[in-house]
Ligand binder design. Structure first.
Ligand SMILES: [Fe+2]
Length: 212
């Protein structure tokens, strides 16, 4: 290299530097470049029905509340992954979901505490070593002008890093839902996924990405 005074020579210096970096640097470069393709999951309002106190049964099976079994609605696996913007699995994070029962009621005094006692309504799952999580619940239903949705919250330890809502792709209520309509067009597919038939009900998968 000679002089780097002019813009043209600065460009060639950058080009030379890029050509000379070794394999480890190239690997780092691709990881950072890949990060730009991982769009963060959009946040949405928590809504008024997050539990006032966490229920005694708050595991990942919302179709079993204590000894009671819930037999209404369409059983569904709601599952997915959790990663940071660089694609690293966030093992040990907690995913919480809450939703109304098949008749549109939440376990919450603000909704008259009318939900079916057999429907757990709230659950927690831990993200496994591969970054995966899974709940057994029902396909969400519409109520009070809202499109079908499941509320979700992500916690890293005690720190809340995301609160959002998960929607059903193709549901006719989405276009009329005031919260779904507020989503940027490129954000909608991130939290709006198809519920497809599986061997034992329905299944929907959501790839959540958070700034860790
Ligand atoms: Fe809701």
């Amino acid at each position: 290299m000679t002089r780097h005074g002019s813009p043209a020579s600065r460009r060639s210096f950058v080009a030379l530097g890029t050509a000379c970096i070794g394999a480890p640097s190239l690997a780092l470069w691709s990881r950072v470049a890949g990060a730009a393709t991982r769009r963060l999951t959009p946040a949405q309002t928590e809504g008024p029905f997050y539990p006032l106190t966490i229920p005694a049964d708050s595991d990942a099976d919302l179709l079993a509340n204590g000894a009671l079994r819930y037999g209404r609605g369409q059983p569904a696996w709601v599952e997915g992954t959790l990663a940071d913007a660089d694609g690293r699995a966030l093992r040990g994070a907690t995913i919480e979901i809450w939703q109304c029962d098949e008749q549109g009621h939440y376990h919450h005094p603000g909704d008259g505490d009318r939900a079916d006692r057999a429907f757990q309504g709230f659950g927690r799952a831990m993200v496994d070593a591969d970054g995966r999580w899974r709940f057994r619940t029902i396909r969400p239903v519409a109520y009070g002008g809202r499109a079908p949705h499941i509320h979700a919250k992500v916690k890293l330890g005690a720190r809340e890093v995301l609160t959002t809502q998960l929607y059903v792709e193709g549901d006719p209520g989405n276009d009329r839902d005031f919260l779904w309509r507020r989503l940027a067009a490129e954000d909608r597919p991130l939290i709006t996924r198809p519920f497809v038939p599986s061997g034992d009900g329905m299944k929907a998968s959501f790839a959540l990405v958070v700034a860790a």
